[in-house]
Design a protein around this ligand. Structure first.
Ligand code: PMP
Length: 452
């Protein structure tokens, strides 16, 4: 096969027929698309045979690496039974078994699993559940949601309503329901105080907002520990614990979006474990299948679940469901992934790598245009700035983040930018030499693109 010709043909057809997510297609059409043909372990291979380290786990999902034998085998075995059967009115073994396993590993008190098929829907479901719960338990005025500024919870209208990233969300404002916003803990660019150490002003403000709105608040919805898409904003220790305590005191549900942080990303199975916190509703997706197939779960307590139990004619049913809810292939992949966590002691083995990644990354902090490095477990963001002293941003038109990730490809690494923040989210299975290579490639790319 003439790989060059094949690649050119694919590139032409891509430009002609495809519309890519989160992409200015005019720019896309002017560039050469990178077409990935296959993968193994922590590496991706393009149609020309070039090899790249998958530095963002194929958008934060790949946990144990690509082509992991145990997951390949589990999906094939399920394929030999049934690829899809509906979950509306029927059930099937992998979904039942997975629900039991998820309840077993979820933070204390979370015991009911409601499936869907992506992160946005898992959060959308959490919102609808919380809203309906209060209506059916005699507190219908509790119908508002508190979220953090800079929040990203997905792209459906409900999850966009919770969002606070103007670039993505502002245009849809007329379509959205209102939410109450609290400041995002963005320590590097804190708008609340210049003092260091600070007096946790963000927590103070959040508390005041929660107290002022307690009778109307159905739930606080937030990402625990790290706001990922906001640019890897790491919350100060104790932030989440305080939110949980306030929710308890003020009778507000806590919905934690662990779509990005779940399944080992922060070094524990779920990020909220770091602070000993259990939410009332936990939203998970992305890494749940080890990064193989679309699956999500919204996991809740018996208290919330019981708010929906009633006579049929009271219509307290949770009227929500998707065609591919609990797809059996995806559930089989998820079960195999959980087995690997156990059998290979994934989280135990991750700890020295977490430390290694942090130490290696900190070295980049000395670079002239690196303003801030934020890292928690295997989630990292490198914020590029025009002026390190003042923190002045590079203008968006310069597309520095994009240029860095394009240069990184020449260095054999795939990473993604969030504006001027370079995101690193390698698979948990990455080796120390691969981590070193990843960081060295990113360092070289930043140096080249910020040399002027
Ligand atoms: N919540 C968070 C925290 C996310 O990071 C994402 C995706 N990056 C989503 C929700 C939405 O997930 P999906 O893209 O699967 O809809």
């Amino acid at each position: 096969m003439d790989r060059v010709k094949w690649t050119e043909g694919l590139a032409d057809d891509d430009r002609k027929f495809v519309w890519h997510p989160f992409t200015q297609m005019r720019d896309w059409e002017a560039e050469q698309p990178l077409v990935i043909e296959k993968a193994r372990g922590c590496c991706l291979y393009d149609t020309l045979g070039n090899k790249y380290i998958d530095g963002v786990s194929s958008l934060w999902v790949t946990v144990h690496g690509h082509r992991k034998k145990e997951i390949d085998d589990a999906v094939k075995a399920q394929l030999a039974k049934v690829a899809h059967t509906t979950f509306l009115g029927l059930s099937h073994p992998p979904a039942i078994e997975l629900a039991k396993r998820l309840a077993g590993i979820a933070p204390a008190g979370l015991s009911r699993v409601f499936y869907s098929d992506n992160g946005s829907t898992s959060v959308e479901i959490g919102v609808k559940m919380a809203f309906q719960y209060w209506r059916q338990t005699g507190r219908p005025k509790k119908n508002k949601f508190l979220t953090l500024k800079e929040a990203y919870h997905g792209d459906t209208i409900g999850s966009v309503s919770l969002g606070g990233m103007d670039l993505f969300h502002e245009i849809f404002r007329p379509l959205l329901f209102n939410t109450i916003k609290a400041p995002a803990p963005y320590c590097y660019r804190c708008g609340l105080t210049d003092e260091r150490p600070c007096g946790s002003e963000c927590i103070g403000e959040l508390e005041a907002i929660m107290r002022a709105n307690k009778d109307e608040l159905a739930a606080v919805v937030m990402e625990p520990l790290v706001q990922g898409a906001a640019g890897m904003l790491v919350q100060p220790p104790g932030f989440l614990k305080r939110v949980r305590a306030l929710c308890d005191e003020l009778d507000i549900l806590l919905v934690l979006d662990e779509v990005a942080t779940g399944f080992g990303r922060t070094g524990r199975m779920f990020a909220c474990e770091h602070e000993g916190v259990s939410p009332d509703i936990l939203c998970v997706a992305k890494g749940i299948t080890g990064g193989y197939l679309p699956l999500a779960a919204t996991i809740t307590t018996e208290r919330v679940y019981e708010g929906f139990l009633a006579d049929y004619t009271e219509f307290k049913t949770f009227f929500h469901g998707h065609t591919y809810t609990a797809n059996p292939l995806a559930c089989a992949a998820a079960l195999a992934s959980l087995d690997i966590f156990e059998n290979e002691k994934t989280l135990e083995k991750l700890q020295p790598k977490v430390e290694f990644l942090r130490i290696e990354l900190e070295k980049l902090g000395r670079m002239r245009h690196v303003g801030d490095i934020r890292v928690r477990g295997f989630m990292a963001g490198i914020e590029l700035v025009k002026n390190k002293k003042t923190g002045e941003d590079y203008p968006p038109a310069e597309k520095r983040g994009h240029r860095v990730i394009m240069e990184a490809r020449n260095q054999g690494v795939i990473v993604r930018p969030l504006g001027n923040v370079i995101v690193l989210m390698p698979p948990l299975s990455i080796s120390m030499p691969e981590i070193r290579k990843l960081i060295s490639a990113v360092k070289k790319s930043i140096a080249k693109v910020t040399a002027d």
